[in-house]
Every structure is written in structure tokens, then in C-alpha cells.
Ligand binder design. Structure first.
Ligand code: OAD
Length: 249
């Protein structure tokens, strides 16, 4: 098995993390890559390289072909149920226990952070493990599978849809407001495994920076955020986050 190169951590960054009263992490699909789940924008194997989001992740797509959309999310749900949280997820759960105050803001819908033990968490884009009535919006955690058809709302009979945010839809207002508030209050923001291209989540690191937080990018590749980050740690989340955590010992 290949060994990851040692992570070069700046002493000032370590001091800042140790001293920070409030640490926030913003995560994206990259943190689940080492669990075997595809990201969205990686050129070769990203989901949006293989599927067109306009057919699968918009309200219009669902109205046009609910079965196609439901089945695609069912396929992803199945893959997620077979995946396990990785060292990156576990390191963030441990950081929550160690930091005086900690919040995790995720764009991921896979629930792997919770399975790794994270509790202080905001899911900006919903959770694929839940569905909601496409007419009334009532959220459900379970539903009856219907062979060859989309499950329906027990109350009104309208098709159920995944409880995730699609392109063209607003983020849950309360969640976004809480995330923005945390950006203004945190001392260190770890931005992990996101291309920082999808708004409004992509605007959050700049809010933190403007309010004086130290912004740390953890990503093997350059992103839209890299130039504005105070520190850039080039590597996989499963290598870098445990290394960062170890500095707190
Ligand atoms: P992207 O696919 O846009 O970006 C994934 C990022 O993870 C890239 O910058 C990769 O370089 C990085 N990455 C890959 N492997 C990694 C690893 N092992 N460790 C750390 N980073 C790694 O995914 P998101 O930024 O999450 O929204 O995408 C944002 C939103 O766009 C998603 O929530 C989804 C998508 O469309 C909706 O579906 C609404």
C-alpha cells in the first residue's frame, strides 16, 4: 500500500488551531471520496462528468420524469448505504469533542459525518436518507417501495422526492442563517473537499475570512478558494485531517 507523503503543517497554523475557541469545518463531496463515493466535478469520475444535472437534480427534471430522478437517487442511496465513514470523517468527529466549540457545515447529503459520530452539524443540501412530499413538503424518513413506480405521500398521494436541495432551489433558510452566523464567529475555518463553486455555500469561506477567521483549505487539488485561503494543505482529507488532529495532542 502506498504511504501518503508527510503533511507539512505550519507552526502558526498549529498554534491557531490549538488556541481557537471556535472551530468550524465546511465539507463537500471530497471528504467522502475515500469512502468510495464519487464527487461531482472531478473530471474523470465525478457524477456530473457521467450524468447531466439538468436531467436529475432540478425541480423541472423531477416534474418531467419523476421515476428517472427517483431511481438515480435510489442508486446513490444504495451506494451510500454500502460505504463506511473514513479517517477524515472520524477526525472531524474527534475535533468536535476536543475543540472548545465546534460546528460542522456540510454540503453532503450522504450522512457519513453522523455515522462517524459528528453531532454539531448543519446539512446545507439536505439528506438523501429522507424523502419529502413533492406537493406538501412533509418530510419522511421511511416510505413504502412501489415496484416500477415512485413512492407516494401517505397523506395526499403526490410523488415523494428526495429531501435534498436541487439546482434552482433555495437552501433551508434556518440552516443557511446558522452557517453564516458561524462563519462570522469562528476563529478557524477548515474547508475540506469542496470545489467551492456552488453558491451560496461557496460564499461562506469569504464571510469567515472577512470576519477575521483563519481559513484553511484541505484538498488535493486547486479550487476557486485556494488563492483566498490563509493556508492550503494539499492532500487527501483522510491524511491531512488526522495529521492536524494529532497536533492537538
Ligand atoms: P465537487 O465535486 O464540486 O468538489 C469535490 C472536491 O473534492 C474537489 O475540489 C476535489 O479536488 C476534492 N477532493 C477529491 N478527493 C478528495 C479527498 N480525498 N480529500 C479532500 N478533497 C478531495 O463537490 P462539492 O464541492 O461538494 O449539490 O459540490 C458542491 C455541490 O455541487 C454538491 O453539494 C452538489 C453538487 O452539485 C447539489 O446536488 C445541490
Amino acid at each position: 500500500m502506498a504511504t501518503a507523503p508527510p503533511i507539512d503543517l505550519d507552526a502558526a497554523l498549529i498554534d491557531a488551531l490549538r488556541a481557537a475557541p471556535f472551530v468550524v469545518a465546511l465539507t463537500g463531496a471530497g471528504i467522502s471520496a475515500e469512502s468510495g463515493l464519487a464527487t461531482f466535478r472531478d473530471a474523470m469520475d465525478g457524477l456530473w462528468a457521467r450524468f447531466d444535472p439538468r436531467d436529475l437534480a432540478t425541480p423541472t427534471a423531477f416534474a418531467r420524469n419523476p421515476k428517472l430522478v427517483w431511481d438515480w437517487y435510489a442508486w446513490r442511496r444504495e451506494r451510500i448505504s454500502m460505504a463506511q465513514p473514513n479517517r477524515g470523517h472520524f477526525a472531524l468527529a474527534e475535533l468536535e469533542r476536543r475543540a472548545p466549540r465546534f460546528l460542522l457545515v456540510t454540503q453532503n447529503v450522504d450522512g457519513l459525518h453522523q455515522r462517524a459520530g459528528s453531532r454539531q452539524l448543519i446539512e446545507l443540501h439536505g439528506n438523501i436518507g429522507r424523502a419529502k412530499c413533492s406537493r406538501e413538503g412533509t418530510v419522511v424518513g421511511q416510505w413504502e417501495a412501489v415496484a416500477g413506480a415512485v413512492p407516494t405521500c401517505a397523506n395526499c398521494g403526490a410523488p415523494l422526492r428526495p429531501d435534498v436541495v436541487w439546482f434552482g432551489e433555495p437552501l433551508p433558510e434556518v440552516s443557511l442563517a446558522a452557517a453564516e452566523d458561524a462563519m462570522h464567529r469562528c476563529n478557524v475555518l477548515l474547508v475540506v473537499g469542496t470545489s467551492a463553486e456552488v453558491y451560496p455555500a461557496a460564499a461562506l469561506p469569504e464571510m469567515a475570512r472577512q470576519s477575521g477567521a483563519i481559513v484553511v483549505e484541505i484538498n488535493p487539488n486547486a479550487t476557486a478558494l485556494s488563492a483566498a485561503a490563509n493556508y492550503v494543505l494539499r492532500g487527501a482529507a483522510g491524511d491531512v485531517l488526522p495529521a492536524l488532529l494529532a497536533t492537538l495532542d
